[in-house]
Design a protein around this ligand. Structure first.
Ligand SMILES: Cc1cc2nc3c(=O)[nH]c(=O)nc-3n(C[C@H](O)[C@H](O)[C@H](O)COP(=O)(O)OP(=O)(O)OC[C@H]3O[C@@H](n4cnc5c(N)ncnc54)[C@H](O)[C@@H]3O)c2cc1C
Length: 458
């Protein structure tokens, strides 16, 4: 008899697991609390002059050199990829910094930028020492023995003579869009070479984005089992009886399945489990999310009010920059994603599409105000330890876990891959051709991070 798998969470991790399992012949039931699939990869419908236009909202782009499997998926489901120039504009009370030349702020921090380059070179050397056999650039290869996993980047920066003013004026405003927080002093140093390769502090860069809105990816992945997708189903109970599970939602609807894949946040998993073990309690209750440490970025405003940009640079910001951060006199930071400059399909709609986090000014022309739809996992030592221990829970009593709290950092490729690994542990083969050696290597490495060697062997 075909096994039936219940998947809780309709972000890329859950949809990835369901897609892979369904292709392998499993029956799936996919549950999503919200009205649409996508999780953080939201599609927003803007009101524009002659009707509506769709765009991505939060998950907007990805570093193509690292997202091997995600790009194979897009190819498989027939969603086109565009290359997007990425650049950041930071406005401070004394002037601006924008990765494209010698502004006054850049000149003032020139010695520290030199030290920053030295710090990047130093941590790269340490990382390479602990990973001498690394064959390709990858998000998935790291050594548990590297001391840079334990040392905060902020401490290393101070050790290299970089001031906290540089950290607050340059590093935080640029990377608040990466980490969705201003609280980054606990970020481990090991990540710096990766960060610099994705978003260099001193140069504009390029990333990949969808030709169109992310909704189409989720629609196409679930098309073959659309009748098994249950949106507006918040799963509140998962009970195990006689080797099967009863999944129940907030409205009292129940479904019988043989195994469960959790692809939602750790708190939702813990709340749904009937009688969690001590290890489940320990790991799931300690996973740390951004709003536990810094709620400032957990609200945002979707709008078209360009008066939030300084008049002198307004036109340039609207056409050339993807992210605008502004520090006020009191040191508070506001950050705006310039969606209309980012997304090729909405660039020409003629309406500024802006998403402002931690808004400090009055904003007009508002389309919607939103609380961050899903908890954002933080990059911290605590979460890295939890991530590396989740392997001891994987598959136990028919329950599997994927999504951000099972991956070393937040990213669409990582969450997608975690869904593929959970599906593979159940019995679904790796879904892509074995010809792309970088993609296969990433998958194998993710398996190593998520599963015990015993689980990988079975
Ligand atoms: C603001 C922001 C910007 C980002 N930008 C990028 C980017 O540009 N590029 C990139 O690669 N990554 C980006 N990320 C990271 C990216 O969002 C994540 O890595 C990825 O989308 C997470 O996917 P997921 O499926 O693990 O989790 P989520 O997307 O959080 O999905 C989890 C799903 O589970 C559902 N759920 C929760 N509880 C229940 C329940 N009880 N019952 C049923 N369903 C439930 C939620 O509604 C949600 O849909 C960004 C993240 C944020 C927050």
């Amino acid at each position: 008899m075909t096994e039936k798998i219940g998947i809780v969470g309709g972000g890329i991790a859950g949809v990835g697991a369901a897609w892979s399992l369904h292709r392998a012949g499993y029956e799936v039931e996919l549950f999503e609390k919200g009205p649409a699939l996508g999780g953080n990869a939201k599609t927003f419908r803007w009101t524009v002059d002659d009707g509506h236009a769709e765009s991505p909202l939060l998950v907007v782009a990805w570093p193509q050199m690292y997202y091997h499997n995600y790009e194979l998926l897009l190819d498989e489901v027939g969603v086109g990829i565009e290359t997007l120039p990425i650049s950041y504009f930071v406005q401070t009370p004394e002037g601006h910094f924008c990765q494209d030349g010698q502004t006054a702020v850049q000149k003032r921090f020139a010695p520290e930028l030199r030290r920053w380059r030295k710090l990047v070179a130093f941590i790269t050397k340490v990382n390479d020492f602990f990973l001498p056999k690394k064959k390709h650039d990858s998000l998935y290869h790291f050594s548990y023995f590297n001391p840079m996993n334990l040392i905060p980047l902020y401490w290393m920066a101070r050790l290299f003579g970089i001031s906290s003013e540089f950290w607050d004026t340059i590093f935080v405003p640029i990377h608040c869009a990466t980490f969705i927080t201003t609280s980054m002093r606990g970020v481990p140093a090991v990540i710096l070479p990766l960060l610099e390769s994705i978003v260099p502090l001193e140069e504009p860069t390029q990333m990949g984005t969808w030709r169109g809105a992310p909704r189409q990816v989720f629609d196409r992945m679930t098309e073959p089992f659309a009748d098994k997708v249950h949106t507006d189903h918040e799963i509140t109970t998962v009970r195990r009886r006689n080797g099967r599970f009863t999944i129940g939602d907030a409205k009292g609807r129940t479904y019988e399945v043989d195994r469960v894949v959790f692809a939602c946040d750790a708190t939702a998993v813990l709340n749904a489990l009937e009688s969690p073990s001590w290890l489940q309690r320990l790991l799931l209750s300690n996973a740390e999310y951004v709003d536990d440490v810094d709620p400032s970025f957990s609200r945002f405003v979707i709008h078209s009010d360009t008066s939030i940009f300084p008049e002198k640079h307004r036109q340039r910001i609207l056409s050339d920059f993807n992210t605008y951060s502004e520090i006020d006199e009191a040191g508070a930071l506001e950050c705006t994603f310039v969606i209309s400059a980012q997304n090729p399909s909405t660039k020409d709609e003629g309406v500024p599409m802006l998403v402002t986090f931690n808004s400090k000014k009055a904003i007009d022309k508002v389309q919607k105000r939103i609380d961050l739809p899903h908890p954002t996992h933080t990059m911290s030592l605590r979460n890295m330890i939890i991530m590396s221990m989740i392997r001891f829970l994987q598959g136990k009593d028919g329950i599997h876990y994927c999504g951000t709290f099972t991956t070393p950092e937040g990213g669409h490729d990582l969450s997608f891959m975690s869904g593929l690994v959970a599906a593979h542990a159940i019995g679904a083969p790796y879904p892509f051709s074995q010809d792309n050696s970088d993609a296969v290597a990433d998958f194998k490495q993710m398996q190593k991070m998520m599963l015990t060697s015993r689980a990988r062997a079975t």
